[in-house]
Design a protein around this ligand. Structure first.
Ligand code: SF4
Length: 488
């Protein structure tokens, strides 16, 4: 019998993902990068050999939350060490980027700290960390000097995508019919409330051929809907294989030609980067879903200026008019911040009025909280907490009504629904409408992985219900051999 040495044992990876879809995408890529090195998914931190906290810096006190989570994980590690087992702990994502060596200083047990642009180095950093453990013993490793190769937070452009593997087929099948695909990272806009330009660096875009190859690999594994991601996705400016500049609109036309890819979406956009080609793509491409997430943040010009948004309320409204002219059935989604420094009652009323004027199908509302290092944090005219809370409640009530009204307005309409999974009730399936609404309906399981015409018969707070229209041909049906495997 061969001795099962620790380094030969199958290893398990647990990634805890915080924050946005870009972190979800990055976590999948990190799992794909570690798979050839013997790491498969752990069911939780308790049975993992490697735990990564893929962190987000957007929320208030983000780093404090990471340090308290590290404290909990260290208890698990102590138990594992008592049993003579190895457990590596790493911090990745925006907190890793922003705090870097501070994490190792305050939490010396951490084995690796990896910023978002260095994920392709993850396998070698893990290998080095394991060597340190075996060479020094965990206790000594923990007390080793700070700068010992544990921290990788440089910004080497977008080179990581040249080295990260394509999404693994088996993992993609397990992840389902929809997938994220990051096409752009970083941001040059420097909105005065936002940490992204500091944590993710300047805008960088992936080359077109690399994106198409990744989309084809996803489709080959059964994916039918891809959401293109970027911190400022419509600032995408890649190059094709002939060295020609390609914007997001042009990229969408090229992706729409990928056989078997049925639906395209993109998020998150800045109003300044909605160019003619992108608006034309909304007009021309059936595969591009009629749903646009276009944050405005405030309806007041004074606040937009203080936020350094570089557009006015009128610019935003004009833009929506143009998009709606190109694609009349488009549903709008937005982000709003209330209580930015200096926001008066009148400014806030302007925000309520722009929400009424646009009419949103979905919206994300936030109370302003300062982020260290951003210009907003240094502003002296901060709005008192109770005022912010009261404004947030009023805005939330308005957008919730609009979202419900949008759902109700769909009742009686027939929408193409991508059937994604079994529902909670027996005989029920769950899917997504073109407007990103969750749809529930009764339908046979073999229809998972198809797009069906569904008549909407009722609308709830968070989802709509429908029934398949049987006298109409399905708009499109993708048949991939992997679909059977997708069914839970
Ligand atoms: S455009 Fe978006 S990501 Fe860029 S600074 Fe503004 S809010 Fe942050």
């Amino acid at each position: 019998m061969t001795e099962n040495k620790p380094e030969n044992k199958p290893k398990r990876l647990f990634i805890k993902t915080y924050g946005c879809q870009m972190n979800v995408y990055d976590s999948d890529r990190m799992a794909d990068a570690m798979a050839p090195h013997g790491y498969s998914a752990a069911s939780g931190p308790e049975d993992a050999d490697l735990i990564l906290l893929n962190t987000c810096h957007i929320r208030e006190k983000a780093s404090e939350k990471v340090f308290s989570e590290l404290g909990r994980l260290n208890e698990i590690r102590a138990e594992r060490q008592a049993r003579g087992e190895e457990l590596l702990i790493g911090v990745t994502g925006c907190v890793a980027q922003a705090e870097g060596e501070e994490i190792v200083r305050r939490s010396p047990e951490v084995d690796l700290v990896v910023g978002p642009q260095a994920y392709h180095h993850l396998p070698e950093l893990v290998a080095k960390a394991r060597t340190r453990h075996h060479g020094l013993g965990a206790r000594e490793a923990a007390s080793a000097a700070t700068r010992d190769g544990r921290v990788a937070t440089d910004f080497p452009g977008i080179e990581k995508f040249d080295h990260l593997p394509l999404p693994r087929r088996e993992a993609t099948i397990a992840r389902g019919l929809t997938a994220f695909l990051t096409v752009q990272e970083g941001c040059d806009k420097f909105c005065s409330f936002c940490v992204v330009p500091y944590t993710r660096g300047a805008e960088v875009s992936r080359p077109v051929t690399q994106i198409i190859r990744e989309a084809e690999a996803l489709v080959e594994a059964g994916v039918m809907e891809i959401t293109l991601l970027g911190q400022n996705v419509n600032a995408y400016h890649g190059v094709d294989d002939r060295g020609r500049a390609v914007g997001l609109g042009d990229l969408l036309y090229r992706l729409a030609d990928v056989d078997g890819l049925e639906r395209l979406r993109y998020t998150t956009s800045h109003p300044r980067d909605m160019d003619d080609a992108l608006i034309a793509a909304h007009r021309d491409l059936d595969k591009l879903m009629p749903y646009l997430h276009l944050p405005v943040q405030s309806g007041s010009d004074a606040i937009l200026k203080a936020m350094n948004r570089r557009h006015t309320r009128a610019d935003y409204l004009r833009l929506i008019e143009r998009v709606k002219k190109a694609r009349p059935d488009i549903a709008m989604s937005g982000d709003f911040i209330v209580g930015f420094p200096g926001e008066t009652d009148a400014d806030f009323e302007e925000t309520l009025s722009i929400v009424r004027e646009v009419g949103y199908a979905s919206a994300f509302t936030f109370k302003y909280s300062s982020r260290p290092g951003t210009p907003g944090a240094g502003m002296t005219n901060q709005v008192p907490e109770p005022v912010k809370a009261e404004r947030l409640d009023r805005l939330l009530a308005l957008v919730t009504t609009q979202m419900r009204d949008f759902g109700k307005a769909c009742v009686g309409r027939t929408l193409d629904v991508l059937l994604e999974r079994k529902g909670r009730m027996p005989g029920q399936l769950g899917g997504r409408s073109p407007y990103l609404q969750a749809v529930h309906l009764e339908a046979p399981e073999h229809l998972i992985g198809t797009i069906q015409p569904v008549e909407i018969i009722a609308a709830g707070n968070n989802s709509i219900q429908g029934k398949i229209v049987t006298d109409k041909e399905p708009k499109s049906v993708s048949v991939h051999e992997s679909i059977a495997l997708l069914q839970p």
